[in-house]
Write a protein that binds this ligand. Structure first.
Ligand code: DGJ
Length: 741
């Protein structure tokens, strides 16, 4: 998969889908040549670069060569200060404040498989599944070395990248910026697409045309954030869900990040992704090294659905823990919206009894089971049972739940502390910020200093005890505020704080998973405030949003699916009126939206009528029947809620033998047209599919090009025929290929 030409110093990473080509330039820097659909290998790719054409008003590396200007040459890992005036990928500062830019090519090596990144989440692959090219760059002035790592996956249009910096010298240097990847493209005819929003409206799709200058997304909140997801796409104007080309970059990291796209004065485009350089300074003493997190770089020539399918497959096969790959995720019920803080054992066991009768598999006890917590003003940090609410103890409750036939899960918010807690009273020095500072509150809580291993260890011990006592099956790991006063009493260099904090979070995950590999983790940060590929490595599912309204969820889940597979998208049916929007939607609509994710309930079954309980039982049976398809199939988006009043998507089995289609219409239309259809995708043209809900079959080509007929809509005069009416209509149908003979 990797061609390394020692003489010409050219590198071609290639599989059936993509090619990525670069070379060593005459000045020892790396010049980028190509990233796109797979090209046949050639001995020489130098002609991809025009290095004979003199450039006006620019600076030149060689006095006798006006054509060799770093201002115009596409760079592979751009450096500061030698004539490339665009954004550099790395800034290393020596003790005099001089930023080093003398890194030149030293040598390259190829490794089978893919190395793991110590202390960091990353995709993994066996030898045979991936190959890695390691490029060694060296700066002789400071004796600092950079390792650029490129892994290409055999069966995916994906290259992962990361960077390591090693101080070989005898002087300390400071890393001021270290992007995990930088990709130069030779034009700017793209729209930039990203997933942005806020609490309760996460990952809405935003699109904008590229213009000269820098356009960026990022987070300085200590978590990847509700506001911007560490993922961006450059798509051609004509690219749709189904066709056209697109480049995607996803960061495998959960802390501060910056994703930026720079268009220069020659309309070259530079995409960069990495740890946010603001508030980042990492000291490298002699002999020390720094490992940057991984970035995933992908290319699609099959539209945005193609891009998503590659990322979903990558996450499913090479990111989430082996254990969760072929396993059904349990259908859960969570008591948060059912009880909030107001519960006791009797109330909880009543929910458990009812949920069991409905077919639920896992009961999750959310916030409020520990310390003296009756509202959000106390007890974070005190991970021992709330005796007033659960006098028989948490182990006893867990036992009772398990005896009733459900698995048991608990909510934790490990990174937080309330001033009203034993932990804070004993260790006020364990919070983030200097003691003499006025600290900023969020939800009445402060953030624990996870850059300090002692703090992480203390929380680990408390959690371990509870996990053992309850024989816990599942943990919802929440994080309900962002970081302020970012500094640690345990650190010499506060510029390291943010990254060390997130390393502490990863360390706790790692330790818990090593000790309790059976526990299923669901990550959460006030809903979807830390929904990123870094978290996915430890917690294969995430609570997508605190907004459980099924109409809003169409946008949130549609956007999220761009970068993440369905089985990482926590989606629950909740009560109406909805607690976030006060909207009333039918149980059918709520179920039809929630099926496309990791399914569950967020309500008190006691409040359901007998008819509703029957519907819920049916929903659960339905999900159980199709959850393998939902887990393993290709998710194809058909109609976008960001463009239409109708939304549609489908999951198609990899072998195209069956599919589950979801269609939703938000507001009803007066006097709508007759003969409404939904055009599907991904099926076999010649296949014949039986649609159980319609009790008839259709050909694949018919369903894709003519469309699946939609039930007749109320139009003011057709009362006797109308099968759907009013706002928030929806339909989910399953189709299976049948033998024609
Ligand atoms: C925020 C989460 O997103 C909710 O689901 C719930 O767990 C609350 N925190 C509890 O405080």
């Amino acid at each position: 998969m990797i061609y390394k030409d020692e003489n010409r110093q050219q590198f071609h990473l290639k599989n059936d889908y993509i090619s990525y080509i670069f070379r060593v330039l005459e000045n020892g820097h790396l010049g980028h040549l190509y990233f796109g659909p797979s090209l046949r290998h050639q001995k020489n790719f130098e002609h991809f670069q025009d290095l004979n054409n003199p450039v006006g008003y620019s600076t030149h590396t060689f006095s006798d060569n006006l054509a060799f200007s770093l201002e115009t040459i596409l760079q592979e890992y751009p450096l500061y200060g030698k004539g490339d005036y665009r954004e550099p990928a790395i800034i290393v500062e020596d003790q005099n404040g001089k930023s080093i830019s003398g890194f030149i090519f030293d040598y390259a090596e190829i490794q089978e498989g893919k190395p793991q990144l110590e202390g960091l989440p990353a995709t993994y692959a066996d030898s045979g599944q991936a190959e890695t090219l390691v490029i060694h760059l060296y700066d002789s002035e400071t004796d600092v070395k950079i390792l650029l790592m490129y892994s290409i996956f055999e069966r995916l249009p994906v290259i992962t990248r990361s960077v390591q910096v090693i101080n070989k010298g005898n002087q300390e240097v400071s890393l001021k910026r270290l992007f995990s990847c930088s990709v130069d493209l030779p034009d700017a005819d793209y729209d930039m697409l990203h997933l942005s929003g806020a609490w309760a409206r996460e990952r809405h799709i935003k699109e904008r045309p590229l213009v000269q200058g820098i356009q960026s997304i990022g987070s300085m909140r200590g978590s990847s954030s509700h506001q911007h997801n560490p993922f961006l796409v450059l798509k051609r104007k004509e690219t749709t869900e189904h066709q056209g080309t697109a480049v995607g970059i996803q960061f495998v990291y959960s802390g501060n990040f910056l994703g930026q796209v720079e268009v220069d004065h020659y309309e070259n485009t530079r995409i960069q992704m990495g740890i946010h350089p603001s508030q980042f300074t990492w000291g490298l003493k002699p002999g020390e090294s720094f490992q940057a997190p991984e970035a995933i770089v992908t290319f699609s020539k099959k539209g945005l659905n193609g891009l998503s399918t590659s990322l979903h497959d990558l996450h499913r096969k090479h990111l989430i823990a082996e254990k969760w790959k072929g396993i059904e995720r349990p259908i859960l019920i969570n008591n948060w919206e059912a009880t909030y803080f107001d519960f006791n054992e009797e109330k909880l066991l009543n929910i458990v009894d009812q949920a069991k009768a409905l077919g639920v598999e896992l009961f999750v006890l959310d916030d409020g089971w520990f310390g003296k917590r009756n509202d959000d003003t106390s007890s974070l940090g005190d991970w021992f049972v709330n005796q007033t609410k659960l006098p028989k103890g948490i182990g006893d409750l867990a036992d009772s739940v398990k005896k009733k036939g459900l698995a048991f899960g608990l909510w934790f918010e490990p990174e937080m502390v309330n001033p009203d807690s034993d932990l804070y009273r004993n260790h006020p020095e364990w919070v983030i910020g200097y003691p003499e500072q006025q600290l900023t509150f969020g939800r009445n809580q402060l953030v624990l200093d996870f850059s300090n291993p002692e703090v992480v260890d203390h929380i680990y011990k408390q959690m371990k005890k509870i996990i053992e006592e309850t024989k816990l099956d599942y943990i919802k790991w929440d994080m309900n505020r962002n970081i302020t006063e970012a500094a640690s009493l345990s650190l010499e260099n506060q510029g390291e704080f943010f990254h060390r904090y997130i390393l502490g979070v990863y360390r706790l995950y790692e330790r818990l998973l090593q000790e309790f590999p059976e526990v299923l983790f669901e990550s959460c940060a006030g809903g979807g405030g830390r929904f990123d590929a870094g978290m996915m490595y430890y917690a294969p599912q995430a609570w997508t949003s605190d907004d459980t309204d099924s109409v809003d969820r169409l946008k949130i889940q549609y956007g999220t699916s761009l970068a993440f597979p369905l089985y990482s998208i926590g989606s629950h049916v909740s009560a109406v009126p909805n607690h976030q929007t006060w909207r009333e939607t039918s149980l059918v609509h709520r179920g039809n939206v929630a099926y496309f994710g990791t399914f569950g309930y967020e309500l008190d079954p006691e409040s359901l009528t007998e008819q509703e309980k029957k519907e819920v039982r049916e929903q659960i049976n339905f999900y159980k029947e199709y959850r393998t398809l939902i887990r393993d199939g290709d998710f194809l988006r058909l109609l976008s809620p960001f463009r239409h009043n109708e939304v549609a998507w489908m999951v198609c089995a990899k072998d195209r033998s069956e599919a589950l289609v979801g269609w939703y219409k938000t507001l009803s239309t007066p006097n709508p047209k007759n003969n409404q259809v939904l055009r599907l995708a991904g099926l076999k043209s010649e296949g014949r599919y039986y649609v159980s809900e319609y009790n008839r079959s259709y050909f694949g080509d018919e369903l894709m090009y003519r469309g699946l007929p939609l039930p007749i809509e109320f139009n003011g005069v057709n009362e006797h025929m109308a099968e759907r009416r009013g706002d928030y209509q929806s339909l989910v149908v399953h189709m299976k290929e049948i033998d024609e003979s």
